[in-house]
Design a protein around this ligand. Structure first.
Ligand code: AMP
Length: 125
């Protein structure tokens, strides 16, 4: 496997503090912030601080500590924004786009967490 990471992508610049963001949560290895063009009343992006292009890069090469931190942070975001069913919320959807068919725009791994309304079918047909 070989992945080429562009250190000038917009999320790398957010992680370096060069571009502002509306932070929901920051942990040792993870940053979560509101999407600038939300597709739902709740639309949070969760990104690892490490340089990973997409989900399969992160899952294959990140240390276990970073993977655990990332997923715990995702669950904490759901709790913070009030959509986690385990905390009485109404639920959510997570999405990760990768590559050309996934229509990934920003080449730094991120998970979209969407909620705040009924989200409709998984995909347009
Ligand atoms: P994707 O197509 O999965 O790569 O999604 C990239 C997401 O990043 C889109 O939903 C954009 O609205 C969002 N986005 C792009 N620039 C920013 C930014 N500066 N702050 C927050 N979200 C952003």
């Amino acid at each position: 496997m070989s992945y080429v990471y562009d250190p000038d992508n917009i999320f790398a610049r957010i992680l370096r503090g060069e571009i502002p963001n509306k932070t929901v949560l920051e942990t040792a290895h993870t940053l979560a912030f509101h999407d600038i063009r939300p597709h739902a009343p709740v639309h949070v992006l969760v990104v690892p601080k490490g340089a990973y292009v997409n989900f399969d890069h992160f899952a294959a090469e990140a240390p276990a500590e970073e993977i655990a931190d990332f997923h715990r942070a995702c669950a904490e975001v759901c709790r913070i924004v009030g959509i986690g069913p385990g905390d009485g919320g109404q639920g959510y959807r997570t999405i990760s786009n990768a590559g050309a068919h996934g229509l990934q725009e920003v080449p730094h791994y991120h998970l979209h967490i969407l909620g705040g309304r009924v989200l409709g079918p998984l995909l347009a047909r």
